[in-house]
Design a protein around this ligand. Structure first.
Ligand code: DAH
Length: 389
C-alpha cells in the first residue's frame, strides 16, 4: 500500500488520509496525481488567481469586505456522497461513471465540481460563501479542455425574515436577486457587454439558468446558476430559508479576459508566460488591461492511429485520451476522431484518431514523438483491447 500526502504552503499536510493506489477503483494516473496541491487558484500572480481575486473583489465591493467568506483550500478529495448525492445528482447519472470521474476508492473521488462543498458548508453554518478550487474530469483533449481545471462557486442564503420583506414569492425574489448579482459580476469582468439568460438544467437548482455574454461576435456561456433545491437546504436543517447558487469555470473566463489561446499554458513555468501576469493587473471590463501576448508556437507533430474497436468491451474516447495523457502529459494538444467507419460485411467498426503533439516550451524531435506514439499504441492494445491497423 502506498500512502500519499502533500504539503500546503504553510508546511502542514493537506492529505492526512491514505490514498490506496492499488484500490481497484482507483483510476487516477500519475500525471493527474501530480496536479493535486499545485493550487493555481491560490497564486495571486497567476491568471487563475488574478481572476479569482477579481471575482472576490466584486463581491466585497458590492456586499462588504467580509460578507462573503472565501474557501479556497478545501481538500479536492471528497466522498462520492458529497460530489453527487449531496447535490441531488441522480443515481444513474453518467457523471458518476469511472469513464467521467476520477475515483480514489469506490466511495471517494477527486471532486468534479466545487458544488461538492455546498452542503457541508451550509451544515457548518455558512450562509454567504465562495468556494474556489481545482476540479477533475476525465475528458477529451483539445485547446480548451484539460482534465484539471478550476471553478468558483457562490452561495447566498436568505432568512425567513429577508424573504418576508419582499412582496414576491420567495423563489421569484431569490431568482431576481441572483440575476441582479450575477449580471453585475459579468459587467464587472467583461465591461459593457450584452447579456442574456438561458434556461438550463442542473439537478441542484430550480429554476436553473446560464448567463451568456455577447463577446467578440458570439454568445458565450459565463456561468451556471439557479435557486437552490429546498431539499439541499433541508438537509442542512434550513427549512424556512431559500438560497441561490452559481458556479463558473475560471480557465474559460481567464482565456477570454486575457487572450490566452491554449488551456495548457496555465500549467507552464515558462517565464514568457508567467512574467506577463501580476497580482493587481485586472481592470474592470478589461479597459486598459494588458492582454497576453502569444510567443511563437513551436511546430505541431501529427500522428494518426487507426484501429478496429473491440467486440467484447466498450471503447471510449476518454480512456484513449487518458492513455495519451499518461504517456505524453502536457505535450499532447489534441486528440480528434477523424474517421469512423463500419464495414458493412463484418459489422466491425474502425476508428482513426489524429493525435497532435506540441510543446509549449520547445521543439520536439521526431525520435521522442515516435517513442511516445509507440507507447500509446502498445497501451491501446493492452488496455483498450483494440486491434491496430
Ligand atoms: N456545478 C456546475 C458544473 O460544474 C456549475 C453550477 C451550476 C454550480 C449551477 C452551481 C449552480 O452552484 O447553481 O457545471
Amino acid at each position: 500500500m502506498v500512502s500519499l500526502s502533500y504539503c500546503l504552503s504553510d508546511g502542514s499536510l493537506k492529505f492526512p488520509t491514505e490514498v490506496i493506489l492499488e484500490d481497484p477503483h482507483n483510476n487516477i494516473t500519475e500525471y493527474i496525481f501530480e496536479k493535486i496541491g499545485v493550487d493555481l487558484h491560490r497564486k495571486p500572480e497567476h491568471p487563475i488567481g488574478i481572476l479569482k481575486n477579481a471575482i472576490l473583489g466584486y463581491f466585497e465591493n458590492k456586499f462588504g469586505e467580509s460578507s462573503f467568506r472565501m474557501f479556497d483550500d478545501l481538500n479536492p478529495v471528497v466522498t462520492s456522497y458529497e460530489n453527487f448525492d449531496s447535490v441531488l445528482v441522480p443515481e444513474n447519472h453518467v457523471s458518476r461513471s469511472m469513464n467521467d470521474t476520477y475515483y480514489v476508492t469506490s466511495d471517494r473521488v477527486l471532486r468534479c465540481h466545487t458544488s461538492a462543498h455546498q452542503l457541508s458548508l451550509l451544515k457548518k453554518g455558512e450562509r454567504k460563501f465562495l468556494v474556489a478550487g481545482d476540479v477533475y474530469r476525465r475528458d477529451s483533449i483539445d485547446a480548451t479542455h484539460f482534465p484539471v481545471f478550476h471553478q468558483m462557486e457562490g452561495v447566498r442564503v436568505y432568512t425567513k425574515e429577508e424573504l418576508e420583506q419582499s412582496a414576491l414569492p420567495p423563489k421569484e425574489f431569490v431568482s431576481q436577486e441572483l440575476k441582479r448579482t450575477l449580471e453585475g459580476l459579468a459587467l464587472h469582468l467583461f465591461g459593457d457587454v450584452e447579456l442574456r439568460w438561458v434556461d438550463a438544467y442542473f439537478p441542484f437548482t430550480d429554476p436553473s439558468y446560464e448567463l451568456e455574454i455577447f463577446f467578440k461576435g458570439q454568445w458565450m456561456e459565463v456561468l451556471g446558476c439557479g435557486v437552490m433545491e429546498p431539499k439541499i437546504l433541508n438537509n442542512a436543517d434550513l427549512n424556512e430559508e431559500r438560497a441561490w447558487a452559481f458556479g463558473l469555470g475560471l480557465e474559460r473566463l481567464a482565456m477570454v479576459l486575457f487572450d490566452i489561446p491554449d488551456i495548457r499554458l496555465f500549467w507552464t513555468d515558462d517565464s514568457r508566460f508567467t512574467k506577463q501576469f501580476e497580482p493587481k493587473m485586472f481592470r474592470s471590463g478589461g479597459t486598459g488591461m494588458r492582454k497576453f501576448k502569444s510567443y511563437s508556437k513551436y511546430p505541431p507533430c501529427f500522428k494518426d492511429v487507426s484501429f478496429w474497436l473491440p467486440d467484447t468491451s466498450e471503447f471510449t474516447e476518454n480512456s484513449l485520451c487518458e492513455i495519451v495523457r499518461s504517456v505524453a502529459g502536457g505535450l499532447v494538444e489534441e486528440v480528434k476522431l477523424i474517421d469512423d467507419f463500419r464495414n458493412p460485411k463484418t459489422g466491425k467498426v474502425s476508428n482513426c484518431f489524429r493525435i497532435t503533439y506540441r510543446s509549449m516550451d520547445r521543439s520536439l524531435t521526431d525520435e521522442e514523438i515516435n517513442e511516445l506514439q509507440d507507447s500509446v499504441r502498445a497501451q491501446m492494445t493492452e488496455k483498450l483491447h483494440v486491434t491496430l491497423r
